[in-house]
Design a protein. Sequence first.
Length: 296
Amino acid sequence: MTDVYVYVHGWQTAPPVAARRASALLARTGELHTTHPQRYPELTRGYRPWLVVVRWPSSSLPSLSGYRRIRDRAHAMSAPGLGHAPHVLAHLLGYLDSRRGDPADPPVLANRSGQYLHLVGHSFGGRFLCEAVQWASAPDAPRVLGWTAPEMPDRPFTADSMLVFQMAAPRDAFHQLFPALFRTDGKPGAPLRGPLVLTHSRWDRATGFWHLRAEGSAGIGHSGAGPAPVAQFHTRLLAPHEPYRLSALDHRLVNVDAGHCFRGSARTRLAPAGAHSDIDHPESAHLLLSLAALSR
């Protein structure tokens, strides 16, 4: 095992479907690595992924009231003083962290017995992950995720990448909902060593049409992240034969325009969610695998 993936699903996803989609996505990464290893030269030591799927009750009527119900449920499960989803996730990540092999100097997860940790979310699952990583950075929180700061030399581990497909959150979420995720005041930030990558598509009606009516503006999954505490980089979702350069993904916050790929079908394009869940593509696996490769 070289890479540990923690996947959190989103709106209107039954538990068996969540497991199936996550497994299919990870299987695609394995196929890409096996059939085209020259595209990912950083993975010459091998790529053996392992998957953890976090499942939660996300079903509702496909309506405005249903969208608001799941939005409020996600908030209730994640908000301080209301729910414990971030605590559970953070402890899970900490458990995985404690079981990872201790890499050699320098303290990066690149040796033969160490594993990389990647966070993957879809829709409201991205909110859960952001809350979990943000909560882990609180001064009074249990040290469940590792740090690279000198004051914690015995815990060199961090999350190495985070990818959220079609995030169901306001565009200014990193100011309003997750202010501690990216610190700009010199204090230790959330233990996210690699980039936070967000896909968006104008065909996503769940975070466009419904989010606009429920929140007053389109969401990240439709239009990308808006103002944030850190500089952003904008790129597009690439085909598997097009390599991602380090300069495209080596940023704190990366917006990926996937509108040419996450389009849905003629039938689903006008459905309540549109292309919100149309993420099962080789392009998605290519992005995920590229993040793993560039984490080395």
